[in-house]
Design a protein. Structure first.
Length: 192
């Protein structure tokens, strides 16, 4: 199947009333497809995920398109979006401690590579924090430097254990036992 056909099928799945922050809709995507602007159409389709839960088949079409075009970063983002369609969304504002405060010496890479443990309020039978692992996707940046603050998406390895989180709650990021960052939850949604 050609890339244009994959993207057209993905565009057809977007509800007519869905628009991104810039006001782009599926109609705009169709115009780019009509002019063979496949990479732009892919980027716009990957961004048309607010206000609805895209089905996994739509993400699969976008992943296939990105793979065929050799766009590994776009494919990685679409794989993340597919995961969120299945397991839900956890977005947070993460503040990393400075190295002087005991924080990380290196930036947090932005594409779901780092999988630190988090204290999300659970306790072991002995009363100690029960740290749970989640991948980090840094939004709108390639990485989050030490002592910086930025929006992130979290991909818990055990999503069901994170469902109690609500906007405004604070969780802590660890590397071993020391805290290396604090995150305030800004958005959550559970699995379908």
């Amino acid at each position: 199947m050609r890339v244009a056909e994959l993207l057209a099928r993905a565009a057809a799945m977007v509800p007519a009333d869905v628009a991104n922050e810039a006001g782009v809709t599926r109609v705009d995507v169709r115009e780019y497809l009509d002019h063979d602007e496949w990479e732009v159409a892919l980027d716009l389709l990957a961004d048309l995920d607010t206000g609805w839960r895209p089905p996994t088949v739509r993400w699969d079409l976008l992943i296939d398109s990105a793979d065929v075009m050799g766009l590994s970063d776009a494919a990685a983002w679409c794989r993340w979006g597919r995961w969120e369609s299945i397991h839900g969304i956890v977005r947070a504002e993460l503040r990393l401690l400075s190295p002087a405060e005991g924080g990380r010496q290196n930036p947090v890479p932005g594409k779901g590579i780092l999988r630190p443990p988090w204290d999300i309020g659970r306790r072991t039978a002995a009363g100690d924090p029960d740290l749970l692992v989640a991948r980090i996707w840094v939004e709108s940046a390639l990485a989050l430097p030490p002592a910086a603050t930025g929006s992130v998406r979290l991909g818990p390895l055990s999503p069901a254990l994170w469902r109690h989180l609500q906007p405004g709650m604070t969780i802590t990021m660890h590397e071993g036992r020391p805290t290396v960052g604090t995150a305030t939850i800004i958005e959550t949604s559970n699995v379908r």
